[in-house]
Design a protein around this ligand. Structure first.
Ligand SMILES: CC(C)(COP(=O)(O)OP(=O)(O)OC[C@H]1O[C@@H](n2cnc3c(N)ncnc32)[C@H](O)[C@@H]1OP(=O)(O)O)[C@@H](O)C(=O)NCCC(=O)NCCS
Length: 158
């Protein structure tokens, strides 16, 4: 199930955002404390509806991750490692993309992925995204420079 975030989700998200495996290619280092995750959840809750929408992914009443367009037209997603490899990210993103192109009438959806992030690249390729360009030293994460692969899915492609 996809649903909006609430502050009751902070603890579950902290279990994801402090996990070094889940955060290996994220734009920030793993969260150090719950306060950091609370701020991150607050930013999800406070997205202006005209500027983006982000969803909690819930499975059998448990929070397993998030997926959404945190800033139109850019897609973002993260799942707890226990939930990886079962098709949940693909299912969640398919719903997010359907909304992007129908309800929000976006003409494109974009993604910015670390080139080492095989799981995300394969996931996005499977959804029809194609690479548009690459750039070096785009993110400084905890003192280490990381690169970007930019991908795009256009409504016209569907
Ligand atoms: C990326 C992520 C969301 C994938 O979630 P998931 O639920 O395991 O993905 P799915 O099970 O829906 O798999 C989708 C596709 O990705 C592939 N995939 C998943 N994990 C993979 C891995 N580690 N290596 C290669 N391919 C992988 C699957 O085989 C599947 O491809 P297929 O349809 O060709 O079989 C998850 O690995 C994650 O949360 N990573 C950390 C956060 C992150 O990097 N977010 C993106 C930042 S841009």
């Amino acid at each position: 199930m996809l649903r909006p975030a609430t502050f009751d989700d902070v603890e579950a998200f902290h279990g994801i955002m402090r996990d070094a495996r889940a955060m290996a290619f994220w734009s920030t280092p793993p969260h150090q404390d719950v306060a950091e995750t609370r701020n991150w959840v607050a930013s999800m809750i406070n997205i202006d509806p005209g500027e983006g929408e982000d969803f909690v992914i819930e499975l059998d009443g448990r929070v397993i991750g998030k997926a959404g367009l945190y800033r139109f037209p850019e897609i973002g997603f993260i799942l707890h490692p226990d939930a990886w490899g079962k098709g949940y990210a693909r299912e969640a993103l398919q719903a997010v993309l359907d909304r992007a192109f129908t309800i929000h009438q976006l003409s494109i959806v974009e993604a910015d992925v670390d080139p080492r992030n095989d799981a995300s690249l394969r996931l996005l390729a499977g959804l029809g995204f194609h690479e548009t360009s690459r750039a070096s030293r785009t993110w400084n994460v905890g003192g280490q420079w990381c690169d970007s692969v930019y991908l795009q899915l256009s409504r016209a492609q569907l």
